[in-house]
Design a protein around this ligand. Structure first.
Ligand code: TXE
Length: 500
């Protein structure tokens, strides 16, 4: 079937959306709405209901019913797989539309949005196989009178809170795995990028997902998000976002029903470059690692740690790459780096650039706001003369800002890399296998790349060490995360009596 093509011009008027509960759309009605301006163009593109606490309760009740009556968890893995595969087809059919809305609301380049949607199709296809692969264990070594079985059961109703940097990708790194496990969902997307989450709910419904299994409530973090993390009828909460809100999630779970948690939080990820690396490859990878998604990426390689003998030369090579990166209108097919997603994030990044200079770092490239007549853009930025104690070296900036620090020995490189509260991701560039393996073993990070960066797919899990989070998403690990384990002892034959 030919994929529908889509007009990439800006909408004339903002498109109105409802929210999705119990298999159907609910219009905004007399609720307040959130109007979203495209960050690349500063024109209104979408209007989303600000759901109320009553709406949230309705969505959780719908997910609760759908879980408790087993309309989804009671199906065979094969039947769940069929729905997930059909969803993959549905995403494929609507891929252009999803990519377009992702670009409009987030500001990422359309070519990148298309690639991400392609990756999401793979997530559903892979998770469909996992729906059939979930299994437990048995213990046949407990003597003739006893048999032991370990089963995996879905954890229940999952609250899913997602951020604005990869609205569709982060969603699809979780939803198919949660559904493969047999759970039901109440999703709360970021208030600035809700459209593609709503689209996924519709695609799942059209693919035959039973009503109530996937619900989406839209609205702010402080009302709907906070309500979801505190909700007593939610069994597990998967949160991706800032470390500050992550703390609130942990605290809310402890204060309410001790819901199980999955957290993917911030990162300050090292890129370690040895003098023996293919420096051309490494410079390209380092530029990509911080330029991709304008550095608004929890796994962005934001700290360049480079062997002193090549440090100056390598910084020049990265600056050269930055010069050539095509920053501009996200709807232009040639653009590589788009707009900064929110005004607040734009102000945060510019604030860090100022702070870096006032703390004594040297601006080697960029540092300025780019003016394309509309929207908000920041040039890829490189800082030298950075010391470990500077805010730009320690805090997650979440923008296209890279710091450079030299090292002399492998031990020193590892020490600088680990000198952070975070542990989400890391990359090492070297042609020496001993150095590559030593660094990979010793740097604390949940994801590691050797002579590459930011690669990923449905097979390998995602998640962080240290304050970057709890648990893992994607792969078989991602499905297991949304299950709980039951151990069953089965007596064989006559019981030896306790009371004679
Ligand atoms: O995140 P928030 P923000 C980091 C990044 C960025 C900073 C702030 O450093 O500069 O966080 O971004 C919902 N209860 N990351 O302010 O607020 C919110 O509605 C429950 C890293 O946007 O954490 C949204 O859906 N939920 C990151 C989601 O949490 C609440 C991705 C994330 O928003 C809530 C994004 C509350 N009280 C930002 N308050 C990553 N790891 O990829 C907000 N939310």
């Amino acid at each position: 079937m030919d994929k529908p093509t889509i007009d990439l011009s800006l909408p004339k008027t903002p498109r109105e959306f409802g929210f999705f509960v119990d298999g159907g759309w609910i219009g905004a009605g007399d609720r307040d709405v959130f109007e979203r301006n495209s960050p690349g163009h500063n024109v209104p593109v979408s209007r989303i209901p600000k759901c109320t606490e009553a709406d949230l309760d309705m969505a959780v009740a719908s997910a609760r019913r759908a879980f408790d009556d087993r309309r989804w968890s009671g199906l065979s893995g094969a039947d769940r797989a069929a729905v997930l595969l059909k969803t993959a087809e549905g995403i494929r059919t609507r891929a252009e539309e999803i990519a377009y809305w992702e670009t409009l609301e987030n500001g990422k380049p359309i070519s990148q949005a298309r690639a991400e949607v392609g990756g999401c199709i793979g997530m559903f296809e892979y998770a469909s196989g996992l729906a059939r692969a979930i299994h437990g264990d048995s213990f046949n070594n407990l003597g003739d009178g006893m048999f032991g079985v370990v089963t995996r059961e879905p954890v229940g109703v999952v609250g899913l809170i997602t951020p604005w940097n990869f609205p569709f990708l982060i969603l699809c790194e979780r939803v198919p795995y949660i559904l493969a496990a047999g759970c039901t969902i109440v999703a709360k997307p970021s208030e600035v990028t809700s459209v593609t989450t709503l689209m996924l709910a519709e695609i799942l419904h059209d693919a035959g997902l039973p009503d109530g299994v996937m619900n989406v409530v839209t609205g702010s973090g402080s009302t709907i998000g906070q309500g979801l993390i505190e909700h007593d009828h939610v069994d597990m909460l998967s949160f991706t976002g800032s470390t500050a809100v992550g703390r609130r999630v942990v605290e809310a779970s402890g204060r309410t029903n001790f819901k199980k948690l999955g957290l993917e939080l911030g990162g300050k990820n090292p890129q370690i470059v040895f003098a023996d690396a293919d420096l051309e490859d490494a410079a390209d990878g380092v530029a990509f690692g911080i330029g991709f998604n304008t550095g608004q990426c929890c796994v962005s390689g934001s700290r360049l740690i480079v062997e002193r003998s090549v440090a100056d030369q390598f910084a020049d090579m990265v600056a050269e790459k930055f010069k050539k990166v095509r920053v501009g209108d996200p709807l232009d097919e040639a653009t590589q780096v788009g707009a900064i997603t929110t005004d607040a994030q734009n102000a945060t990044i510019m604030g860090y650039i100022e702070k870096g200079q006032s703390e004594g770092a040297t601006l080697l490239h960029g540092g300025e706001q780019l003016d394309f007549g509309r929207g908000q853009y920041i040039a890829p930025t490189l800082f030298g003369n950075v010391t470990r104690d500077m805010a730009i070296a320690r805090e997650e900036i979440f923008g296209p800002v890279l710091t450079v620090m030299p090292f002399d020995t492998v031990e020193q490189a590892i020490d600088i890399a680990n000198d952070t509260e975070y542990g989400l991701a890391a990359s090492v560039w070297t042609k020496n296998i001993d150095k590559a393996l030593t660094v990979t073993r010793r740097v604390q990070a949940g994801r590691f790349w050797v002579n590459t960066t930011l690669s990923g797919g449905p097979e390998l899990p995602i998640g962080g060490f240290k304050q970057s989070g709890w648990g893992r998403e994607a792969g078989i690990y991602g499905v297991e995360e949304y299950t709980q384990i039951k151990s069953v002892h089965i007596e064989i034959g006559k019981r030896s009596p306790w009371v004679e």
